[in-house]
Design a protein around this ligand. Sequence first.
Ligand SMILES: *[C@@H]1O[C@H](CO)[C@@H](O)[C@H](O)[C@H]1NC(C)=O
Ligand SMILES: *[C@@H]1O[C@H](CO)[C@@H](O)[C@H](O)[C@H]1NC(C)=O
Length: 619
Amino acid sequence: MSVLWPLAAAVLAAAAAVRVLWPYAWAEAPVVWRVLFSAVRIAWWARRRPPTTMLELLVQRARRSPGKTLVVFEGRALSYGQLDADSSRLGRAVRAAAGLGPGDCAALLLPNGPLFLAAWFGLAKLGCAAAFLNTNSRRQALLHCLRCSGSRVLLTAADLWSSVEEVLPALRNDNVTVFVLDGECTAEGVENLKDKIQAASDQPLPLSLRSAVTFQSPFVYIFTSGTTGLPKAAIINHLRAHRMASFMTGCGLCSSDVLYTTLPLYHSSGSLLGICAAISVGATVVLRRKFSASQFWDDCRKYNVTVFQYIGELLRYLCNVPKRSNEQEHKVRIAVGNGARADVWKEFINRFGNIHICEFYGATEGNIGFMNYVGKIGAAGRINFISKRLLPFHLVKYDAELEAPVRDANGYCIEVATGEVGLLIAKITPKTPFTGYVRNEVLTEKKRLRDVFCKGDVYFNSGDLMMVDHDNFIYFQDRIGDTFRWKGENVATIEVADVFSTLDFVQNACVYGVTVPGHEGRIGMAAIQLHPGKDWDGERLYEHVVAHLPSYARPRFLRQQRAIETTGTFKYYKVTLVKEGFNPTTVQDSLFILDDEKRAYVPMDQEAYQSVINNLIRL
Ligand SMILES: *[C@@H]1O[C@H](CO)[C@@H](O)[C@H](O)[C@H]1NC(C)=O
Ligand SMILES: *[C@@H]1O[C@H](CO)[C@@H](O)[C@H](O)[C@H]1NC(C)=O
């Protein structure tokens, strides 16, 4: 008895100490364990010869449990074994037809589906990298990305033929050969590979093709606007692919899970957090071509989905669907994604049941990421003693008008106090490298911030304003720079402005994003200055914008300005435009709204404005 009392007191004291020093111990301990386990596993994979890349994992799993379902797509199941065989077949056919070899890169313009996966892993089997093109890209944007990637080979599908056809002459000029992997498309210099793929052997491709592959070799190129300029290809090497996939395992994904992915595979969330995470634990992915709010829960029930991936908009769309009686009948336990806003988050949990929302923050090309594993509503992540050691980041004072960090008298950045908003920067070190953009040293350098706290130090400039509260939760506040996010896509303002500049009656265009109540992100808006003596033509503006820009990038509102500030105060000017927004009572200029029915930009009056604000017009 006398021994037990002190023991009990010691245990209680220890428990109390843990509660004070580590308030989220219960929620955190398993995550810390999983993250450490992943890190050790990745280090072990890196030491193997050849290194255990995502592809080698797929091949291993295919050998051990060939029948396990990897992907369910439109009701059809594709097993690990089948993807292994299909990718060998496709890789062999592409190698014979295009002469691709180790170290090359091929561009993929493919919709979500098994063909995307076979092409991706088929290329990996040849020791090649795959550049994922956004399937919404058209004309100049498509060509720009293709040129960035440096690929001489474009693999596409019959479904996306119209986008390819538009740029065929330019592709020929660039010496890019187009291969259609399914179906028949006839045009000069275009090769249909369907029959050759079917006829090819599905035996493993020689390992010698990838004998030079290391964890530093590029695996995929993913296009991102980052926060500066036109889209550019972020390099995802094999190590990064593993690290990104381990985000999902950190959230609790395991081999018995069924992961539901409706996000596009050309973004890192669909491909790396979705497919790669599933391969790394041996789980199953239910993949959809596109997100559908009305089908969502039916799919979850039909396929026994346990985890799904989201972007903020997706949760909101689900909350906007009329209530049904069976909406809490499902097996979903975790949702992983980013951009969930506090109001939608609360409503979502209230309506659809006790789903653990695992919100994270991270840029495709960045060297920093956060994860909110304790489900604190609205937070993008939690800082704990481990993340503080592993990811050396700071929030620094930022001048929105100068669009640069504030520097002190010695020229160094100034950290903000807890609870204050600052620019997120993360130290670039060998352990937290910034791999940069393909063939674009100028823009890569633009993302580096130098001489931050002392001479010679280098940080990655995330371009995001964040805030850390007193409980060590970190919150996303806003994105700076010349891009904005709409419907889960980054829009580069310069790319949209370029489209306007090719119209003969437009002299200047200033593009920016504005917020709309009840919507995530910012919708596109442009201030337009006409050439002297030319007239406004709402129909031609509409035609032009629709022909050249994907729907999410089209400015929804225009304002006609007599003069556009292009001097040194331009940034200040843009800040003012953003603030003024699109309310006809406060904006003195003529305002226009994109009208898909009338196929024109039409004048926007107070009534139209109210319909937008009250959610009566679908944006
Ligand atoms: C395409 O190939 C031709 C002939 O080999 C060459 O002259 C030309 O410079 C190439 N074009 C590009 C953009 O590489
Ligand atoms: C889903 O789970 C139920 C019950 O556990 C099972 O009967 C059914 O076959 C499963 N469906 C699929 C598609 O795995």
